[in-house]
Design a protein around this ligand. Structure first.
Ligand SMILES: Nc1nc2c(ncn2[C@@H]2O[C@H](COP(=O)(O)OP(=O)(O)OP(=O)(O)O)[C@@H](O)[C@H]2O)c(=O)[nH]1
Ligand SMILES: [Mg+2]
Length: 610
């Protein structure tokens, strides 16, 4: 960008992103900024964390998609991007940082700097953004803001921030209570100290309206009426509805198109604009082929901005038509055509997702950034009425110079001393290598490992069991490294139903001695369905639906006396983690069932011989 363009600034605008580790309070803070910025009228009954707008976000209390909004403070418009904190969605964060000129780095006043804090801060520093550090949740009884500030300073030093960045302002806040202050002893009024800091410390965006247009496409959205929407910040120039622009794709291809809509983000509302100018963050419709990293440009001077890359997927699952004996009973969309259409539709805005055909028209290979990325898609689809089956997740290997490389994660654990042994043993089996062991802090020790992504599939529940629910676990992608060798999969076999019918108390009572049941009396089961976990390593075929022989000696009162232990009810993520290579997870809007790929024992035996 030449000096002349950079000299013209949009003094009335500030563009910021809020970044942090998961759950440190980003969405809660945006909420309060919106309220105090007058985005809602007083009579509007607005739910908490209003930016987490889709059902799954609300239920799980996590942000999945980065979202734009804006507030007005004094004569300024502050555009805010709320980003997700979970590592599976870090690609979202990385891309959206291209839209802004500054970041609020939120750090929980008790938890302190966490793995994702470091990841997002590194990205922000690399892009030369100016961070404002917000120590959040200072209302917590266990808050230790001073220690946390020291930690953050160390983190900046470790990441080699430049002097300008190191001179970061610190704001203490309670997003929940809606106040911020520059000194801990100041009164707790409202967020104006935060707003003032944003205005004074985040630079206004470049804003030469008269220069030829350039806008970098940093995110995609889709709307049934207007089609694909390309989101980004206008670097220079102006966009007007109806004008023709050139879309310069990252591969150097360019196409022309007409701007059909311009969408602005005002509080919670999307508003249609006639035009927008440099510095603003907007959505543009009319360019169905727009891809992340493309530039919308003046057709006379179609200059591309430096493109941005999207993180590669690390994990794949096969999505396929449901072939269980119960197929089609509970879902609205069940055919391979339905499945195909839905998956390809997802690509329109889920930019880190990949879909490949497999040679079998009923099976699609779906790749994403992690288990959560894919399980969120599965959950969304089942809620829409889709019925299908998925296979065990596998990681994506790479061939480099004839050698196999695999994705490795950096894993941070907080573990009570008493459980360290068990945890180390479990991770050893999963080919984890201890790289760091911190000092004990209140009986807790921080352990840092490098573990193959393969080894982490399904690890969370093992970890929670090993630490009796007291452990904290976080991980982020580290690098591709040479293949680490075999990792034994599930250590326990499956209890497999021999017949199709209804599970019966009497039979289950016998079977429960062999392991842990997943079904209750009265549940419909089928041949080849996994109805429990065997206590040993091998699979065991059991008859869960047989009626006992009615003899004179046994009466139904005796049956009443049989007591079953509670069956294990697995969440979608737990069920996915449980899957063995020769099993599938059947997914319908109402049920998830584990099953063998081959339902009959004969077929399984035949296959095992091969
Ligand atoms: N005590 C206290 N709790 C807070 C504060 N801010 C947020 N929380 C709570 O922390 C939890 C997470 O808040 P969110 O705003 O969803 O966190 P987030 O950073 O947006 O989370 P992700 O988007 O999933 O990364 C919620 O239960 C909030 O109520 C605060 O200032 N004080
Ligand atoms: Mg959030």
């Amino acid at each position: 960008m030449n000096a002349e363009v950079q000299n013209k600034l949009r003094e009335d605008i500030r563009n910021i992103a809020i970044i942090a580790h998961v759950d440190h309070g980003k969405t809660t803070l945006v909420d309060k900024m919106l309220r105090q910025g007058g985005a809602f009228k007083s009579h509007e009954g607005v739910v908490e964390r209003v930016m987490d707008s889709n059902d799954l976000e609300r239920e799980r209390g996590i942000t999945i998609l980065a979202k734009n909004t804006s507030v007005h403070y004094k004569k300024f418009k502050i555009n805010i991007v709320d980003t997700p904190g979970h590592a599976d969605f870090s690609g979202e964060v990385e891309r959206t940082l291209n839209m802004v000129n500054g970041v609020l780095l939120l750090v929980d006043a008790f938890e302190g700097a966490m793995p994702q804090t470091k990841f997002v801060l590194r990205k922000a520093l690399e892009l030369n953004l100016r961070p404002i550090v917000v120590i959040n949740k200072i209302d917590r009884a266990d808050a230790r803001p001073k220690e946390v500030v020291d930690q953050v300073i160390e983190l900046f030093l470790e990441l080699e921030a430049n002097d300008d960045q190191l001179d970061f302002p610190i704001v203490y806040a309670s997003a929940k209570a809606g106040f911020a202050k520059l000194n801990l002893d100041d009164p707790s009024n409202d967020l104006s100290p935060l707003f003032e800091t944003i205005i004074s410390r985040v630079g206004p965006p470049p804003g030469d309206e008269s220069a030829p247009l350039q806008m970098l496409v940093t995110s995609l959205d889709y709307d049934n009426f207007v089609g694909r929407i390309a989101l980004g910040r206008i670097f220079r120039g102006k966009i007007r509805v109806g004008e023709t622009l050139t879309l310069v794709q990252s591969a150097g291809l360019s196409t022309k198109g007409k701007v059909t809509r311009i969408i602005g983000y005002e509080g919670l509302k999307k508003v249609e604009l006639e035009e927008a100018a440099a510095g603003e963050i907007i959505g543009v419709a009319g360019f169905e082929e727009a891809q992340i990293g493309a530039t919308l440009a003046d057709p006379n001077i179609p200059e591309a901005l430096p493109t941005i890359s999207i993180g590669e997927p690390t994990i794949s699952m096969n999505f396929m038509v449901n072939t269980s004996p119960f197929a089609g009973k509970e879902g609205k969309f069940v055919t391979s055509r339905n499945l195909r259409e839905r998956l390809y539709r997802e690509l329109r805005s889920n930019v880190a997702l990949r879909i490949e055909e497999t040679g079998n028209t009923d099976v699609f290979k779906v790749s994403g950034r992690g288990e959560l990325h894919l399980s969120i898609l599965i959950e969304t689809m089942r809620r829409e009425g889709y019925e299908f089956a998925v296979s065990r997740p596998t990681v994506i290997f790479k061939e480099i110079d004839g050698k196999t490389y695999e994705p490795i994660e950096r894993l941070w654990l907080d573990v009570e001393e008493a459980y360290i042994g068990t945890v180390m043993e479990g991770l050893g089996r999963r080919k984890g290598e201890l790289v760091n062991m911190g000092n004990t802090h209140g009986g807790h020790v921080r352990l840092e490992f490098e573990v193959p992504s393969r080894g982490l599939i399904g690890y969370r529940s093992e970890f929670l069991t090993a630490t009796r629910g007291t452990g904290i676990m976080n991980y982020t992608f580290s690098s591709y490294q040479p293949y680490k060798g075999d990792i034994p999969s599930r250590t326990k076999g499956a209890l497999i139903s021999m017949e199709t019918g209804e599970a019966i108390l009497f039979s289950l009572h016998h079977i429960q001695e062999r392991g842990v049941l997943f079904v209750s009396p009265g549940d419909k089961i089928y041949e080849g369905m996994v109805i429990g976990e065997h206590s040993r390593a091998n699979d065991l075929v059991v008859n869960a639906s047989k009626k006992k022989h009615l003899t004179n000696f046994r009466s139904s009162t005796a049956e009443d006396a049989l007591v079953l232990t509670q069956p294990r009810k697995m969440s979608l993520e737990e069920a996915i983690a449980f899957l063995a290579d020769d099993e599938l997870l059947e997914i319908t809007p109402q049920t998830i069932r584990l099953r063998k790929k081959y339902l009959s024992e004969l077929d399984r035996k035949r296959l095992a011989k091969k």
